[in-house]
Structures are given as C-alpha cells and as structure tokens.
Design a protein around this ligand. Structure first.
Ligand SMILES: NC(=O)c1ccc[n+]([C@@H]2O[C@H](COP(=O)([O-])OP(=O)(O)OC[C@H]3O[C@@H](n4cnc5c(N)ncnc54)[C@H](O)[C@@H]3O)[C@@H](O)[C@H]2O)c1
Length: 441
C-alpha cells in the first residue's frame, strides 16, 4: 500500500514521519521546493521535538519527498494536510486547499488506482460537499464513492507534542458516505491505532467536530482568564490553586486551564473566527463565542495597562519580551499573543528587546530591524525598564534577582506566574494573583 501526503507542514510532516518510520511506503509532497530539499535531507523546516529523529528513521526506510504531484498516481491513500489560514476579514481562506485538490484531481485522471482521499485540513462545515468534492470530480472526470473515496479526517494534534499526538490520537474521525472506501479506511486506522475510538459520521459533522473541539478549548482558556481577572481583585487569591482544584473534577478536566495572556497560535484564533463567521452566515448569533474572543482581546490590554500604570508614557521605554513562540517547545509564532503585544508596544513607541530560545528567526521575519533580538537573557534584561514573561519556556523559571539587577527599572510582568515562589527584589505583577501578593516596591 502506497501513501501520499500533500503539504508538509506541522500536520503533514508529522504524519509523513510517523507513518514512514513505521515502515509504510510514503511519499511526502509539498509545493515548496526548498522545503522538500531540506526534508529529504532529514532536516525539519520548523522546530518540533522528536520530529527530525523519526523523519530520518523514515528516510532510511521507504520515505520519498518530492514536489511532483504525479507521484500520487500510485497512491492508495492520499492525505491532504495543506494550510487553511484566515482572510483579512477573519473568514477561512480556502484558496490553498482548492488549488491542492484541483492538482490532485488533474493527476487522478491518469491514475489506475481507486485511492481514498482524506482531508485532514480544517475546513468549515459544508466545504467537502460544496467545494472539495465538485473540484475533484470535475478535474479527475471521475466519480467520488465509485472511482475514488473521499473522507473528512480532521486532525487534533498539538504543536510541541505533534509526534506523540500523531502516534497516539485520542480519537479518529472519519466523515463521509458509507462506501467500500469507508470500510477500507476504518480497517487502516484500526490497524494503525488499535484501541483508539473511531467515530464514523457524515462530512459536515466531521468538519464541525474539529471546530467544536477548538472552540471548547478556547472557551476554557477565556473562562480561566476571566476568573484570573476576578482573582486579581481578591487580595491573596491565586488562580493556580483554583485551576488545579477544579481540574481534579472529572467533569471539568485539568487541561487548558492555565491563566495567561490569552490564547494564540496557528489554530485557536483562526478556527474561532471561522466558526463565528460561519455561525453569523447561518443566522445564529454566536454570543458565547464572541464573548470568548472579547475576553481574549482584553487579556492583552491589561498587560499594556499595567506597564503604562507603572512606567507612564511608554515612548522610548525599553521593554523586554521574554518568549515570542505561541507556546514553549515550538518556534511557531503564527498568531502568537506575544507578537500582538509587540505590535501594540511599538505603536506606543516603546523600544523592544526580545528573547526566545527557538523563535528568534521567525520573529525577525515579522519585525526586521524594528526591534532588538538577543539569545542571552542577561542581554535582554540589561538596561530594560520592564520585562514581560509571555511564553512558559523552562529557561525563565531560573530567573533570579541577579538577572533582574541589570535592569534600569525593575518592573516584571509575569503572565505565567513562573516566578511566584521567588523572593524577588522587583516590582512584580502576575496575571491571576490577588493584588496583596503583588510585590510593589
Ligand atoms: N498546526 C497545528 O497545530 C494543527 C493542528 C490540527 C489541525 N491543523 C490544521 O491542519 C492544516 C495544516 O496545518 P499546518 O499547521 O500543518 O499548516 P502549515 O502551514 O504548517 O503547512 C502547510 C504546508 O502545505 C504546503 N502547501 C501549500 N500549498 C500546497 C499545495 N498546493 N500542494 C502541496 N503543498 C502545499 C505548504 O508549503 C506547507 O508546507 C490546517 O488546516 C490547520 O488548521 C493544524
């Protein structure tokens, strides 16, 4: 059995590496020639823990990397994992996936196989039936369900644990018609992930499951952030004890209850926007989802407010941003809250110095010469008026009085409560901590 994977980003390259390292005959295809060249040498174009190791393992077996779509002609299973970003108006941008399935369709014309095409990219409900299926049938001049299978197969992996999540997903969703292709797909996944629940449903439900998943996670984050705001006005209150305790209730669960500067990353913000737009178009007012977004936006505003309250006018103030990656153990800064924060601070003419263990290269692509970058935390803090811990990188746990002694004014805004237990000789503010505990010099 030959497997083709189209789009070698976080989702596609993780799947390519996991399947090929298990011995499957895989061809990974990406439109970006430079990216293909790197991957073929065992180098990942982005940082993901453990990825390069199993990629190299796959390359020693049967894995091939190419930018030639004709190779899908021999494939029995084709996974589409290209990006579905958001437009400027927040709507889902389907142009990339339309182009990818159009090329697949054209190539299918010459294929002697009857492959199953799995769409792993996140798409709003109705996209498979109204857009992807007609493009594939038109371009291939073949019939879905007869000449090829088409299955919605949303992905739930998280960056920074993408390999583990790809190997051990919590569920597999297969959306589509009840055909011979669906039976074959079920068999494939039963063998790949024994004991993992397989949910078989229709296309539109499968598409909606992905949005339900991500909007619920965003809701949990905004919920705990809203509570953390309330805690800030209860002297001595600590949001972490609250999260820990409610997280022990099996009806709630402990994950995604870490108060912080708000949710960011390549998925939650764009999927929330797409679902809100979709609901509005469907005539449903998404009151709760709108509130989740509003809480998220306000969360960032309070960081600006604290810095303004303590520093006055931010013009020419040196502000150190610790962490620009949207979460630790990734170099991904897409829709990162730290990037939004920097933009807001630059508007107020602050001088920004950033440190991040992995994401400096990507951050430079956005800000160029407008800000200063350093690989040394000590240099980042030197002569700074304010340090803001944005990403929960392990390195920042070690910060101590000596590190802060290089600052001109010792204002520390700890969005992750990483330094809470330390006796710091600084002006210390932490998100989710009752004011009594704020150490105001
Ligand atoms: N990143 C995540 O954590 C995550 C998790 C779950 C679901 N998803 C969804 O999975 C999809 C992929 O996300 P990602 O983060 O891996 O995207 P990505 O942007 O990292 O990667 C997409 C890849 O597709 C390639 N590509 C673009 N057009 C192509 C074409 N016509 N043919 C072949 N390759 C093409 C790009 O060069 C890129 O390498 C999105 O819909 C996303 O919402 C992402």
């Amino acid at each position: 059995m030959k497997i083709g994977i189209i789009g070698l980003g976080f989702v596609g390259l993780s799947l390519t590496s996991v399947l090929s390292s298990k011995g499957y005959d895989v061809v990974g295809i990406d439109i970006d020639e430079g990216k293909c060249g790197k991957i073929a040498k065992g180098i990942s174009p982005f940082y993901e823990p453990g990825l390069e190791k199993i990629l190299k393992n796959g390359l020693k077996k049967k894995l091939k990397i190419s930018n030639s779509f004709s190779l899908i002609n021999n494939c029995d299973l084709i996974f589409v994992t290209v990006g579905t970003p958001q437009n400027l108006n927040g709507d889902i941008d389907l142009s990339i996936i339309k182009k990818a399935v159009s090329t697949i369709g054209t190539n299918l014309q010459n294929s002697k196989k009857s492959p199953i095409i799995f769409i792993k990219s996140t798409v709003v409900p109705g996209t498979m039936k109204k857009i992807i299926l007609p493009i594939l049938e038109k371009k291939s001049k073949k019939k879905a369900g007869k000449d090829f299978g088409l299955i919605s197969n949303p992905e739930f992996l998280q960056e920074s644990t993408a390999i583990k999540d790809t190997k051990f997903p919590h569920a597999v969703v297969l959306g589509g018609y009840s055909t011979k292709f669906m039976k074959k797909a079920k068999k494939f996944f039963e063998k790949l992930h024994p004991n993992v629940p397989i949910i078989i449903t229709n296309h539109q439900t499968a598409e909606m499951i992905k949005y339900a998943n991500n909007s619920f996670l965003a809701t949990k984050i905004s919920f705990i952030n809203q509570l953390s705001n309330i805690c800030q006005n209860i002297p001595g209150a600590n949001i972490d004890d609250i999260s820990k305790t409610i997280g022990l209730d099996p009806r709630i669960g402990k994950l995604f209850l870490n108060a912080g500067p708000g949710y960011g990353g390549s998925c939650l913000p764009k999927d929330m926007k797409a679902l809100i737009n979709f609901a509005n178009i469907s005539g449903i007012k998404p009151t709760l989802l709108n509130a989740v977004e509003e809480v998220n936006t306000n969360q960032l505003e309070q960081i600006i407010l604290i810095s303004k309250q303590r520093l006055g006018n931010l013009n020419s103030k040196r502000i150190t941003v610790l962490g620009t990656a949207f979460k630790p153990n990734t170099d991904d800064i897409r829709d990162s809250i730290a990037i939004k924060l920097i933009n807001k601070l630059l508007k107020r003419k602050a001088k920004i110095i950033i440190h991040d263990p992995r994401a400096i290269k990507n951050t430079k692509k956005i800000f160029g010469e407008k800000i200063t970058y350093t690989k040394s935390i000590k240099n980042a803090l030197s002569k700074s008026h304010c340090a803001i811990i944005m990403t929960q990188w392990k390195q920042y746990e070690k910060l101590n009085n000596k590190d802060f002694s290089y600052m001109s004014k010792k204002l520390v805004i700890d969005c992750r409560r990483m330094l809470l237990a330390k006796e710091l000789d600084v002006d210390y503010f932490a998100i989710g901590l009752g004011k009594e505990k704020w150490n105001i010099l």
